[in-house]
Design a protein around this ligand. Structure first.
Ligand code: TEU
Length: 543
């Protein structure tokens, strides 16, 4: 897949390195393990992999707390392993994207150690330091996403520092150009090693309000994510008074783009987790082709599987992000696995998983798959004692954290720990996962894994699905109906996301030209009306 626009409509497979494949018997996955499994990933028919962080880290937030941006953590191997991974991936035709967590560092990063050592060291202004209020309390009312205030007192500097996440994840001061320069140099380090793109963690958190203004109490915003609910957080967490798309970040993203452009066809996907205002942020970050290539939001990551929700999300993107490009995902390492989120008690989970990928593969945008979703792995149910995620440990039991989607990948159903590791894995492998292992589904007619492969091949075979326009067709609330068009190709998709039979009649003006069999679905169609069972799908070529 050559070409500067390889990312447009690409299918990106997210690998969570600690849980993919252990090659050394440590109980944690590593880069060499990923190399071993790359042929499997390539065989799915994806275009790229995105690796969650493997950089040197104390692992307080599982690697999203980096203490050296240019080193591989010993848990995952060496730089030589990484170079081999890139080389093998490229041989298999896979692009390699890596996660850049540059909004904050670990408190063990040498930059922070120096910054906190005094008020006048060379890096004194590299983080967000502020005086207490006269009564000694925190500078303002900002809250951390992971609970408590966004400010931590430092006894040496006798000042507060800001953190959007854990107290051990101090926020870098992007207003300082030296910080920007230093970060861009670390990005260059990976570009030189041949990576094809970057996922930018919390890209809308880079800049803070320099005036440190208090957040106003939150009023419930229509369309806001549950994380922004006022009962959970009276100040809307990081939904600060100021607009996160402030000009400074736009300028920084242009600098980032300019660096990438020195290297050719490298891609970016920004993570925008900002509730109600996320789409205007996405639009600002992706417009004009001189900043980010694409962004993803939590719109489809945190909600249910209904025609109405998906239609509204896609329509909103079409209306607000017209000049940009979106990346869709149902699952990642931060949210409950979608087969559990989407299924009802009496559902056949594999039917839900199959329809979900059929829908995802048909949407306009690039798509991210999360390891194990192609096996229909459900969210693992963990006991408190088994948790590793500090977010879950803090909020248990009202929020059980993110470990349930981070348990190891399962490869061999008859081996201990599903073939992930000979040692005790860092998170447990459940029996209900083990029986869904790759070897139990590979080549098995009707399996979810084979359905994924066929669906992705189907997408590849129809360019209109990859980059074509999307337009919704009026229908009853329960059906998801849209067309995808590109040059000579026009396809009409009909998805029934309910569990009941539904029928759909082609409206006047849409003429069926050619029945195209969508892998695994064969609803009755008389040329005008299609009758779909529950969780069924249909596609037809139209004029
Ligand atoms: O996530 C940022 C983010 O918005 C998440 O905190 C999200 O709100 C939450 O996980 C939903 O459950 C990124 C990474 O994806 C996440 O793993 C890190 O913990 C976080 O940044 C801090 O680096």
């Amino acid at each position: 897949k050559a070409g500067a626009d390889w990312w447009r409509g690409a299918v990106i497979y997210q690998i969570y390195p600690r849980s993919f494949q252990d090659s050394r018997g440590t109980g944690s996955g590593d880069l060499a393990g990923i190399v071993r499994r790359l042929p499997y990933v390539a065989s799915l028919g994806v275009d790229a992999i995105w690796l969650s962080p493997f950089f040197k880290s104390p692992m307080a937030d599982m690697g999203y707390d980096v203490s050296d941006y240019c080193a591989v953590d010993p848990m995952f191997g060496t730089l030589a392993d990484f170079d081999r991974l890139v080389a093998e991936a490229h041989l298999l035709g896979l692009k390699v994207m890596i996660d850049q967590v540059i909004s904050h560092t670990s408190d063990q990063h040498p930059w922070f150690k120096e910054s906190r050592s005094s008020r006048d060291n060379p890096k004194a202004d590299w983080y967000v330091w502020a005086e207490p209020k006269p009564d000694g309390t925190a500078p303002n009312n900002w809250l951390s996403i992971f609970g408590g205030p966004a400010w931590e007192w430092d006894g040496v500097r006798r000042q507060y520092y800001m953190h959007n996440f854990l107290t051990s994840q101090p926020d870098l001061n992007f207003h300082n150009p030296e910080v920007q320069d230093a970060l861009l140099e670390t990005v260059r380090f990976w570009l030189e090693r041949g990576v094809d793109g970057f996922r930018l963690d919390t890209v809308n958190f880079y800049f803070h309000d320099r005036q440190l203004r208090d957040n106003p109490p939150l009023v419930k915003i229509e369309g806001a994510t549950s994380a922004d609910a006022p009962d959970v957080n009276p100040y809307g967490m990081q939904n600060h008074l100021y607009d996160k798309t402030q000009p400074e970040n736009i300028d920084f993203l242009r600098r980032f783009r300019a660096l990438l452009d020195e290297y050719g066809d490298r891609a970016t996907v920004g993570e925008v987790g900002d509730g109600a205002r996320s789409l205007s942020t996405v639009a600002a970050y992706t417009a004009g082709g001189d900043k980010l290539d694409m962004c993803y939001t939590f719109d489809l990551l945190s909600e249910n599987f209904t025609a109405d929700h998906i239609r509204r999300c896609v329509q909103a993107v079409e209306a607000e992000v017209a000049d940009g490009w979106i990346c869709w995902a149902f699952s990642n390492h931060d949210v409950m696995r979608h087969v559990s989120r989407f299924s009802r008690d009496d559902d056949d989970r594999s039917e839900v998983a199959k329809l979900a990928i059929a829908v995802l593969a048909s949407l306009r945008g690039s798509i991210c798959l999360y390891q194990g979703e192609e096996l229909a792995l459900p969210e693992a149910d963990l006991a408190f004692e088994e948790l590793r995620d500090p977010y879950g440990i803090r909020f248990w039991p009202s929020f059980k954290g993110r470990d349930g989607c981070r348990t190891p990948m399962v490869w061999e159903s008859t081996l201990a720990n599903g073939g992930f590791s000979d040692a005790r894995p860092w998170l447990p492998v459940r029996y209900e996962h083990q029986v869904l292992a790759v070897d139990a589904q590979l080549g098995v007619e009707g399996s979810v894994l084979e359905h994924y492969r066929r669906m992705l091949a189907f997408r590849r075979a129809h360019p209109a699905m990859v980059t074509g326009d999307i337009a919704f067709v009026a229908t009853n609330q329960d059906l998801l109906v849209f067309t995808r068009r590109l040059e000579g190709e026009a396809l009409l998709f009909v998805f029934n996301l309910t569990r009941e039979e539904q029928s759909f009649q082609l409206p006047a003006g849409l003429v069926a030209r050619q029945i195209i069999e969508l892998p695994g679905y064969r609803p009755a169609f008389d040329g005008k009306t299609v009758v779909l069972k529950g969780l069924d799908a249909f596609v037809v070529g139209i004029d």
